[in-house]
Design a protein around this ligand. Sequence first.
Ligand code: FHN
Length: 788
Amino acid sequence: MTDIGGGKTWATLATAVALLAAGPVGAQGQQKPASVGKPLPTVRLFDGKTLSGWERKAVHGGNGGIWAVQNGLLVGDQEPEHKGGLLGTTRSFGDAVIELEFKAVGFPLDSGLFLRTQPNGNGYQLTIDIKPDGSVGSIYVPSDGFVAQDKTWKAKYRESDWNTLKAEITGQPARVRVWLNGQQTVDFTDTKERLPRTGYVGLQVHGGGGSWGADSRIQYRNVRVTPLATNVAGDDPLTSKRTQWWRDAKYGMFVHWGVYAAAAGYWDGKPVSGAGEWIMNTAKIAPTAYESLAPKFHPTAYDARAWARLAKDAGMKYLVITSKHHDGFALYPTKVNRWNVADATPFTGRDPLKELADACRAEGIRFGLYYSIMDWHDPDAVRGKADASYVPRMKEQLREVITRYQPSVLWFDGEWVDWWDEAKGRDLEAYVRSLKPDVIVNNRVGKRKLTDGDYETPEQEIPRAALGERLWETCMTLNDTWGYKRDDNNWKSSEGVVRRLADIAGKGGNFLLNVGPDATGVIPAESAHILREAGAWVRANGEAIYGTTYAPLPAPAWGRLTRKGDTLYAIVLDRPKTPGAPLRLEIADPVSKASLLRGGATVRVAAAGPGAVDLYLPEAASAEPLATVVKLTVPGGALTPVRSRAERTAAGEPLPAQANGSYALSADGAALRGGGPLRLEGDAVSNIGYWTDAKGYVEWFVAPERPATYAVEVEYACEPGNGGPFAVQVGPATVGGKAEPTGGWQSYRTLRLGTVSVPARRHAVTVKATGPFSGGLMNLRAVRLVRQ
Ligand code: FHN
């Protein structure tokens, strides 16, 4: 928290004051009153007994301040050397009303309330200060110094007595209103839109000033937050009954089917690159020419029941099929135009969507529909014409499919066209919800804003970590195309499917995995085989997937963790190479019992130092083909968050060793240094890529308790024509190597570089280029320090 020192801060203060001069900010119509959403159930942030739901945030050079529960009160104090800190909620909030009571016991050095705070403390947040001069009110955003400060605002709080503070923050740009003891003291709008849409709520105890030991405590009680609905549905998708089935389902089938299947990736007898369903665009085919595909779309082998049964066998709980893709072809008999299966193809008298909707219901699979806003076939689906003619036609088609097939999910796409905007998105969302209030809608109904629809839609990738405050679903192809292409046989393996599902479930997301049936109506045999093979595992271990969410624990290198109440599921994707060797699990809470999910054989749990246990898999575990699930009971269910490896490395903290004293330093725990395009990427397993700048390097920290010698191994991949010399430095010791091509950016191999010996202390471990290299140095997956 910068005191009003820096010039820059002065500048913004000046503007802010100017703003104020205009009287309560906003009176001049600067701020459009944010539409305050419907209040959702109030959440008690402080239960009067524990600090569950809170974690100390290392900001302002402190480690979070000293926080304790005393006689039902939340008491904050600064650390020695006047280091201040923040106690933040583990959950993030968007639009909300925060209410609390505070009492300044001694001489609180600048305490206060933080809103929309970013996990890493970087970036903007909003601070409502409780100042030593007894005033509450100055609002400021870091690095801009004081945004606004004016005497009229500085309502005085009652010293050594309880005060009520209420803050409401809504919209983007954010509008903030604050009441002290019922009197409004602030009405501020972040016109520069610096504040993010969401962030955690923080209670601050500020360091500096006053001599340590002087009573600088602040007491809080009755701390609660009432989230305000920001979505059209007017509820909180994270917790509402409306989304419960979807959150529990975790795994669904995506179906891309249409006349492009008749092209199968070819036009004029020539293969066309890119995704099959994009052939009209990629091959620049005019609508009239493209219509020649329709007569070839005659799916006589179409068996909707078989599709629904395959989804079931795969362990999938819902299915989303393309009712209309970008080519505008409607896979159902629409009355809106003749470019549909009934009027344009020989597949007359049948309604593929009706048959599939019925089949899904018969198999207990939830039915959903994909609909493309972009439409290459409709001449009015362009800027300037769409609003008047195309959008009404689109709405009519949506009315048709919603009323006829009652989809549980509407999966919009193609929203990136320049004639579509947020307002149209909210209008369309309100329209489809008026037709089916409980429908679940993805964020592509609008412009993928955090307030659009119910969930995020990462495509062909898996987020690095749980998104926490937002539902999400990764959609992915089984090969490299969504629509059928007869030559695309780059299939993922069933093991790859299970690993991705475990990774996604371990981050609290859903997985929508695609099939592209051919023009006869048959789902490619390879797809069916992979889904069934993975499905055997999913159905046998479903308890560890369905109805679970993520655990606030670092994902182990050997697997993924899901959680349901006080049960933790450890999905072991890589069993120990050395028989009988344990698996190290970082967890701060006691594990009362552990067993194999399948068969129930006991798993021995041994303490492994502070914040970790070792799991010893019984023989029976090796019977599992794809992955083994260990079911652990953590009494009380309140898992103490353990920070991720990346967070600890970012804080310069050493990562824990494995049971055998070795270190597995994975890409997702590294700090990326030196700037440049270096980045973390990859889907099921992360790697560091885009290593094209020699200044870029990666770093971790280790701290062996005794002097140690390690064999250094590097797991990397390198495309022909790339690569070069590099070195791994472990504290004072360095070993060098050369990243030779490995056959491709996804063909990983392990390179043994030699051994290093280091004393018992904290060491930085870095990987740096040591000479010129062509293209990219390597894709780095992990560095292993194998204890000798
Ligand atoms: O362009 C489409 C693509 O064809 C496919 O439908 C995917 C599925 O999520 N969505 C779009 C690309 O983002």
